[in-house]
Design a binder for this molecule. Structure first.
Ligand code: ZN
Length: 76
């Protein structure tokens, strides 16, 4: 796909605290995971809001969803 100059690009990232939460979630859920054809274990979602971007992770086997967002970086 062509990258149009006036279209904003979005980059989503996790800081150290959020990455550690994700790592722990994967560690717990990989014990009961049914791997899909491509080996997906969890799904990480980034949800932009008026307050900031909220990150969450969902286990593709049991469906548990946990928020990853490190609120210490939010201006609230
Ligand atoms: Zn699970």
């Amino acid at each position: 796909m062509e990258n149009k100059p006036n279209k904003p690009n979005f980059t989503f990232s996790l800081n150290d605290v959020e990455s550690e939460k994700l790592r722990q979630f994967i560690e717990i859920h990989k014990q009961h995971a049914r791997h899909t054809a491509f080996g997906e274990l969890v799904k990480v979602s980034f949800v932009p809001s008026t307050m900031g971007t909220h990150a969450e992770v969902q286990c593709l086997t049991c469906g548990e969803t946990v928020g990853l967002t490190d609120l210490s970086e939010w201006d609230i």
